[in-house]
Design a protein around this ligand. Structure first.
Ligand SMILES: Cc1cc2nc3c(=O)[nH]c(=O)nc-3n(C[C@H](O)[C@H](O)[C@H](O)COP(=O)(O)OP(=O)(O)OC[C@H]3O[C@@H](n4cnc5c(N)ncnc54)[C@H](O)[C@@H]3O)c2cc1C
Length: 285
């Protein structure tokens, strides 16, 4: 994957916050849905693209600007000719290993603090690795953790609303701590259920074993719960796997798919085939 500093940030667009709402309950991690109107009809950002947000840097690392990427979380619309984008943002913070002090993530806190009417600066659009396969009989296993659900929410709607007549199976596995299920279900302007075709689509939700605790999400358990079907799908050469979320997802997936296929070696070989056949794509933050 390209380094963030390789992305072109010279071309910039102004966007106005049209709406911002918290999707998660107050006592859980904050995830907001933010709707933006880009003040330039030229800006086109599709579901297989991401866009950048430019903020002022803290100056700690000698950079004046802080640039972070975000996924398109819904089908892009146009309002009076201007593009309207929806994004999901998780308010991030991290603890410094040495001092133990907690630092707020720059872009995510900036975005979560924006109010309706505030202006922000966008860059992009930039390509995402999740392409709709040309063959409509292809199977898709989509795995999103936390805000990793964002690109898939838009992607699935795009397949059922715009591509149409999808014949392959689409299986969405999404993991979230308590409350984050709203990322998927409480999609106010167009619940996913309005779009998908029940014959081909199924979603599986993995929760943290103890709600409100910072436990890891049991994504591996959700996958292993569907062993028979996943084994069958992995036995087909026409299956793609797309993954989005945090770094920790790799270990969970390796463990789950090794169990599903019967050994680490079998999964290592199958994953290598998927990668070589361009049927594996991932966005890891
Ligand atoms: C293609 C793509 C799509 C994405 N889509 C989404 C999305 O839809 N929604 C979403 O919420 N996120 C998304 N992300 C993640 C997003 O780009 C940001 O990484 C995230 O919001 C955190 O950015 P931040 O500026 O708030 O945090 P930062 O300020 O960049 O901090 C984040 C991390 O940087 C490190 N760090 C920074 N400064 C220090 C320091 N002084 N000392 C020690 N460590 C430090 C820490 O490890 C910390 O965890 C996406 C990422 C990619 C690559």
């Amino acid at each position: 994957m390209a380094h963030l500093s390789d992305f072109d940030i010279e071309k910039r667009y102004k966007a106005v916050v049209k709406n911002t709402s918290r999707l998660t309950p107050p006592d859980t991690e904050e995830v907001r849905e933010i709707v933006l109107e880009v003040k330039d009809p030229e800006f086109e950002c599709e579901v297989d693209q991401s866009f950048g947000v430019l903020t002022k840097a803290t100056g700690d690392f000698g950079n004046e600007l802080h640039h972070r990427l975000y996924s398109v979380a819904d089908l892009p619309k146009r309002i009076k000719g201007n593009p309207q984008l929806t994004m999901l943002v998780k308010r991030c913070s991290y603890v410094d290993d040495f001092s133990g002090e907690k630092y707020p993530g720059v872009a995510s806190n900036y975005l979560c603090d924006r109010k309706k009417g505030d202006e922000i600066t966008l860059t992009g659009p930039f390509a995402l690795p999740f392409k709709v396969p040309e063959d409509k009989t292809a199977n898709l296993i989509l795995i999103g953790m936390g805000t990793g659900i964002a690109p898939f929410r838009a992607f699935i709607k795009h397949i059922y609303k715009n591509v149409k007549d999808w014949e392959g199976k689409i299986r969405l596995f999404y993991g979230a701590r308590s409350g984050l299920e709203l990322l998927y279900l409480n999609d106010k302007d167009g619940d996913l259920t309005n779009y998908y075709d029940e014959a081909t689509f199924e979603a599986f939700h993995a929760l943290s074993p103890r709600p409100h605790w910072a436990d890891p999400i049991a994504l591996d358990k959700a996958l292993e719960g569907q062993t028979t079907e996943l084994k069958e799908l992995l036995g087909s050469s026409n299956t793609h796997i797309y993954v989005a979320g945090y770094e920790t997802i790799h270990n969970k997936l390796n463990k789950a798919f090794s169990n599903i296929l019967g050994s680490e070696e079998k999964w290592r070989l199958r994953k290598a085939e998927l990668i070589a056949g361009r049927k594996w794509a991932e966005i890891i933050y």
